[in-house]
Design a protein around this ligand. Structure first.
Ligand SMILES: [Zn+2]
Length: 198
């Protein structure tokens, strides 16, 4: 009898979502490739909420674009090494809600592929990233409000300092997912679904 996997895969094919994992490339605040595997996972409860959010976004003619979801502990340590800034990056000694699989970083994209203007790029660690930052023009506030509404309706809660970050309520009640369990999920994703070459 197999143990249920602790993480559910999120893919563009199965979820009608765009995925651009910023830590799988070097175009992120560290300037380094942090992720060895460009795979997106969430805790099954968060995955169910994300599906609701995707459906809600569709009602506005929009798609969600995911920048980050489950984050291995080693990756959290790498981010903290570059930016030990607890207002924006969780101390790996305490654990990130991303490492619990219950946090997701994302934005909204129009049907024509244009990303909605949220006022700052993802991972901007300044007050301009805070929800309701007064310096942004009204259309930016509206775009952020739309994302906030979609995510709250889907069952997530927001982070006051980061317009892109949402997580399940009581996120720190969920256990940190260890890297062995995660690598097991990665291995399952890499198993070829079709016939294997001889
Ligand atoms: Zn986040």
């Amino acid at each position: 009898m197999h143990q249920p996997l602790p993480l559910a895969p999120i893919t563009e094919d199965t979820h009608d979502v765009l995925i651009d994992l910023i830590y799988a490339g070097s175009d992120n605040f560290t300037g380094q490739v942090i992720y060895e595997h460009a795979l997106c996972f969430l805790h099954p409860q968060a995955e169910a909420c994300l599906r609701r959010a995707i459906g809600a976004a569709r009602g506005f003619g929009l798609k969600l674009k995911v920048f980050d979801a489950f984050r291995p502990q080693e990756a959290q340590e790498a981010l903290w090494a570059v930016a030990p800034n607890p207002g924006y990056v969780a101390d790996p000694a305490k654990g990130s809600n991303h490492t619990r699989g219950v946090a997701v970083d994302l934005t909204l994209v129009r049907g024509d592929g244009e990303v909605l203007d949220m006022g700052t790029p993802v991972d901007t660690m300044t007050p301009a990233s805070h929800h309701f930052y007064a310096g942004h023009a009204a259309p930016v506030q509206v775009n952020r409000m739309l994302l906030l509404t979609i995510m709250l309706e889907a069952g997530f809660v927001h982070h006051p300092n980061e317009w892109w970050h949402y997580q399940l309520p009581d996120a720190n009640q969920f256990p940190l997912i260890d890297s062995q369990a995660w690598l097991h999920c990665v291995a399952r994703r890499h198993e070829a679904p079709g016939p294997r070459a001889a």
